[in-house]
Design a protein around this ligand. Structure first.
Ligand SMILES: [Fe+2]
Length: 217
């Protein structure tokens, strides 16, 4: 039987640790995800969030951290994009971003929406404080404030190296594939906090390179 989590099939290839973890998703997280979904139908955030959740479980497995903070934070970190008009979003993120102010809106609005959702499911008050702090600085804060924060930031950025994320980014940033590959390569040491994320990122870069070379043969 095909396992279905959050309404998405998880058997796309060989099952990894993260897929198995993913199946153990607590029902409270599923509830949070269902409430987040109406805010994720912009900027490819449905697929972005789904992939980030898998990376978050993989990093929790390898690095430790608290899933009761990390998973709600990663589910909710980008809900605020819903409040940034679609025609302005590309000014707010990506290699050609020029408006940190616009980017900041997705964090501050995200905090408000996330707070509303977490209170609605009666989430623990102290945990809500930590989750909102992580969401508030997930892009703009250059340092990580805790291991949980590091994992959320790393899971978010690993998306850029994933097959789906790489394809979507190259297209929306209007880059050539080689240019896109150079972007993820040159940022390897800038983007990630944990050793495990760097290792996963390196592996994904190798995969993307193989796909490009395969495509050229
Ligand atoms: Fe994100």
């Amino acid at each position: 039987m095909t396992p279905v989590i959050f309404g998405v099939s998880t058997t796309r290839g060989p099952r990894s640790i993260s897929d198995i973890q993913y199946e153990k998703m607590k029902s409270i997280f599923e509830e949070i995800y269902q409430l987040a979904k109406p805010y994720l139908d912009t900027r490819n955030n449905e697929i972005h969030t789904e992939i980030c959740i898998k990376f978050a479980y993989e990093l929790l497995e390898k690095e430790g951290g608290d899933e009761n903070i990390v998973i709600p934070a990663i589910i909710l970190h980008d809900v605020g994009w819903k409040r940034v008009p679609q025609d302005l979003q590309l000014k707010a993120f990506g290699p050609k971003a020029m408006s940190p102010k616009l980017n900041r809106i997705h964090e501050t609005e995200g905090v408000k929406i996330a707070k509303h959702i977490l209170e609605r499911v009666n989430y623990d008050e102290n945990r809500i404080v930590e989750i909102l702090e992580i969401i508030d600085g997930h892009d703009s804060r250059k340092e990580a404030i805790s291991l949980n924060d590091k994992i959320v930031k790393d899971a978010d950025r690993l998306w850029r190296n994933s097959k789906e994320g790489f394809q979507i980014d190259v297209e929306r940033f209007n880059e050539g594939i080689v240019e896109g590959l150079n972007r993820i390569r040159s940022n390897l040491h800038k983007w990630f906090f944990t050793g495990s994320a760097k290792e996963i990122a390196r592996e994904k870069i190798r995969n993307r390179l193989e796909e490009i070379e395969g495509g050229q043969n």
